[in-house]
Every structure is written in structure tokens, then in C-alpha cells.
Design a protein around this ligand. Structure first.
Ligand code: ZN
Length: 471
């Protein structure tokens, strides 16, 4: 840069420089439908390009089709340079009413709402509405007369509450509001629309013009993750397919979870799918092709099962009287304990030293196996007496485990003296009287429910029904 007197000459290929702290900080590109920082926009151009663009911008404005508007007030803007040839945007008419000029403070929310409003005027937005409408008109499942852009949709019970969806249409599947996602669709808009359409019993379908898994805005993530990790896109190709097949198609991008050695990894997938194959849920306002949540739950369930198997195998192998608590096994237990803690399941650090926990595990595992686990008993009846005698707090868990495993008859067949039957009678009376000896240890209930889900569920139900308090 050469600075002589009042003139500054900038080399043509140098990058243009913005002023510091411009009044108009952000502009909306009405063609691309993007919000751009004024300083970034300016600095991204070479000086010569920007001067050229400036002329075209002014022309377009004069012809009433401005390329950029102020993100805050929506007034068309054009580029100007100061004496030092540093650039900034100026309103077409500078009447001082723009909050950016008056420096009046707007809340973040108000600013986002204004940007969102500005973006709705963009070419990009008009185009996506047009693509959605064309796709719908191609499909006879949608009633032609119901396919309308930008028309008020009133709440059923309150005529003062309404929305204006980009495109609305009715098909044999119900009423649909299609909303194009703009580059600034802020969370309040997403949330309030979800609630509105859920209340009127209609489907709200968010549609994007494009999607890139590697470059996602927060606003896209808001839609993606509240929609079972699916996003729907309309583009030239889907429109063509919709028209060829006379069936509305969309491109769906979705995540697929894979269970990999104890953790889940995701892969992105994309397919063009008929809209009829998209699952729609009014309650949750979701529309997805691939059920990520269900697949993820399967992964979690298989990890949980692996961990259960690991605990049970550890217990059977190490918790006999000879082995329990030996140092070489302690490390393995601590590793298990850590994995359980990740699932909010607490177990003691030294299980051999915790009589209550050890008793519960021995009792339930023995009941499930039909013979002593941890205890050196061959028969189930010995385990039953041991539990009743030494661990009455785990007797209910033992009894439900016998039930779950189908070992009731086995237990009865081993009770040749009838001692167990009469003991049960006594204990039942005590239990009904609310004898606290039989109160299950609350501390270990999460562990019981995790390791033995069915036993845990039956015990919890029993405790709830009988109004037993847990200790
Ligand atoms: Zn403005």
C-alpha cells in the first residue's frame, strides 16, 4: 500500500481490507441464503474483485433486486470504501432507524429472529419451496388443492395462534407442514413449531437443500439429533425421481451405529427414499427412514449382556472360599467395577468382604443355576436354607430367581424332610407383618436390576405392591 497525501493506492491483487468494527456487522446474501460477517466477506475478496462486485451490487440495487441486505433491519445494503480504501456496508437509505446504527441493544434472540426473517426472503429459500412443491405435485397421494406455499395455518382452538409453513399439503397419511431449514433456523423456531404442529395433530417435516456430514451448523444438528439422526434433503435429483415415479422422494442422510468392542461407532449413510417409507411420529414430531435409536439400543443391550456375562463368569470362577479376594483377581474386579460405574451401577470394591453384597450374589446365582455358586453346596435346598439363615435380606431375591429359572419344583423335590416348606410358612407370616429382616438392601438394588433384570423387576414390583420400605 502506498500512502501519499490524501490518496491511497492499493495493489489490484491484494486482498481488500474492511474497516474495524463496522456498524453493519452481518449481511444476508439473498441468493445463497447465507448470513455473512461483513469483515470476512470483504477480506475474502481481492481488491480488484471487490471494486468490480461493488459496481454490480449498486446496479442490482437500483434495479430493485439487491444481492445483500442488512441482517438486522433487512434494508438493502451496498459496499462503500472510506478514504483509506477500506470497505464497509452501508444501508441503501440511511435514515438512522436500523438498530445496528442506533447501537440499541437487541437480545441475542431478537437478533436471530431478525436474521431468520431476512433469510426467508432469499432466493435459496424460494428455490427449496419450489422444489418441495414440485415434488408434492408429482405424487397423486397428495391432494393437489391442498398443496400451498406460505399460507396461514390456524391452531384448532385459538384463531389468534397460527403458523405459515413454507409448503403445506394433505395426503392419505395426514396433514403435513414442510419447512425449509435456513442457515439460521434458530432453536426457538424449531421448538415452537414442533409444539404447534403436534398440538394440531399434524406432521412437521424439516427439509434441507443440502447436507454435509463433515460440515454441519448447530442449527442442522438441532434438527438432526432431535430427529433420530436423520435429515431430509430435496434437490434436483430427488425432484426428477419424484416426477418420474409419480411418488414423492427425498434424500435421507442418516447415521448407523455399529457395536465395536464395547463402544459404538457411527457411519453416515445416504439414500433416496420414497416419502411413504419415512416413518412419521406426531407425538415426537419425528420423520426418519432409519431408526437410529432402536439400533443404538440394541448395541447397548448387547454391551450390557456382555458385561453381565463377565460379572457372572468372574463370580463363578473367583468367589469360592479359596479364591475370594485374592490380589490377582482384585484387578479384574476393579475393571468390572469401572464398567458397571459407567452404567451408574455401584458394587463394592472388595466383594468378598461385603457380606450383604456377597450374600445377594451367591443367593441369586445359586437360585438361577439350581446349585451352589460361591457356596460349596451341591443342592439348591442347601442354598435356600443358607440364604434364609445367613442372608434373609436376600431371600426375596432368591425366591424370585428360583421362579425366573423355573427351579421351584427342583427346590420342592429336594425338600424331602419338609423343613423348607415349614420354614417358608413361618417366613411368609413374618414378611407379611413387615419384619425388617427381609427388607432388600437398597444399596445393591441397582446392581441386582442390572445384573439380573428379570429378578430385579419382579422384586421391585413386589416391594412396590407391598409397600415395603427398603433399607
Ligand atoms: Zn440495518
Amino acid at each position: 500500500m502506498i500512502f501519499t497525501g490524501h490518496n491511497v493506492t492499493i495493489e489490484a491483487r491484494a486482498f481488500a481490507a474492511p474497516v474495524d468494527n463496522p456498524e453493519i456487522a452481518e449481511v444476508i446474501d439473498l441468493i445463497s441464503g447465507e448470513v455473512q460477517r461483513a469483515t470476512t466477506f470483504i477480506a475474502a475478496h481481492r481488491y480488484s474483485e471487490l471494486v468490480e462486485a461493488r459496481v454490480a451490487m449498486r446496479e442490482a440495487m437500483k434495479e430493485g433486486r439487491p444481492r445483500h441486505t442488512c441482517a438486522i433491519c433487512g434494508t438493502p445494503v451496498h459496499l462503500v470504501a472510506n478514504m483509506r480504501k477500506r470497505f464497509f456496508f452501508r444501508h441503501k437509505t440511511e435514515d438512522g432507524s436500523c438498530p445496528a446504527v442506533t447501537r440499541s441493544s437487541l437480545s441475542e434472540e431478537e437478533i436471530r429472529a431478525r436474521k431468520y426473517h431476512g433469510l426467508r426472503e432469499s432466493e435459496a429459500h424460494k428455490r427449496i419451496k419450489y422444489l418441495i412443491e414440485r415434488s408434492l405435485r408429482a405424487d397423486p397421494a397428495f391432494d393437489t388443492e391442498t398443496i400451498i406455499q406460505e399460507k396461514r395455518w390456524n391452531a384448532t382452538d385459538d384463531p389468534h395462534t397460527w403458523r405459515k409453513p413454507d409448503v403445506q399439503a394433505t395426503s392419505t397419511e395426514g396433514r403435513f407442514a414442510f419447512e425449509a431449514q435456513l442457515s439460521t433456523t434458530f432453536l426457538d423456531v424449531v421448538v415452537s413449531r414442533r409444539m404447534f404442529y403436534r398440538d394440531v395433530g399434524a406432521h412437521l417435516i424439516w427439509v434441507l437443500a443440502s447436507f454435509s456430514e463433515d460440515y454441519r451448523r448447530m442449527t442442522t444438528d438441532d434438527l438432526l439429533f432431535s430427529n433420530n439422526s436423520n435429515v431430509l434433503v430435496v434437490d434436483e435429483e430427488t425432484v426428477r425421481l419424484s416426477e418420474e415415479t409419480k411418488q414423492f422422494h427425498l434424500r435421507c442422510h442418516y447415521r448407523i451405529p455399529f457395536c465395536n468392542g464395547g463402544s459404538i461407532t457411527d457411519k453416515w449413510q445416504e439414500s433416496v427414499v420414497p416419502f411413504s417409507a419415512v416413518k412419521k411420529e406426531i407425538d415426537q414430531q419425528r420423520a426418519y427412514y432409519f431408526d437410529y435409536g432402536a439400533q443404538e439400543a440394541k448395541c447397548h443391550e448387547s454391551f450390557d449382556q456382555q458385561l453381565r456375562d463377565e460379572v457372572i463368569a468372574y463370580w463363578a470362577a473367583n468367589m469360592t472360599r479359596q479364591m475370594e479376594g485374592s490380589p490377582e483377581h482384585q484387578d479384574r474386579w476393579l475393571a468390572i467395577k469401572k464398567k458397571l460405574a459407567e452404567r451408574n451401577v455401584i458394587v463394592p470394591t472388595r466383594p468378598a468382604w461385603d457380606g450383604g453384597f456377597k450374600g445377594m450374589m451367591h443367593a441369586v446365582l445359586s437360585a438361577l443355576k439350581g446349585r451352589g455358586v460361591g457356596w460349596q453346596f451341591d443342592t439348591l435346598i442347601q442354598c435356600a436354607h443358607q440364604t434364609a439363615q445367613m442372608h434373609p435380606e436376600s431371600l426375596l431375591a432368591f425366591a424370585f430367581a428360583v421362579e425366573v429359572a423355573g427351579h421351584k419344583e427342583l427346590l420342592e423335590s429336594q425338600d424331602s424332610t419338609g423343613k423348607w416348606a415349614s420354614r417358608c410358612k413361618t417366613m411368609r407370616v413374618q414378611l407379611l407383618k413387615g419384619d425388617p429382616r427381609y427388607t432388600p438392601p437398597q444399596q445393591w438394588m441397582p446392581a441386582l436390576s442390572f445384573l439380573f433384570p428379570e429378578v430385579g423387576a419382579r422384586l421391585a414390583e413386589f416391594v412396590r405392591r407391598k409397600g415395603l420400605s427398603t433399607s
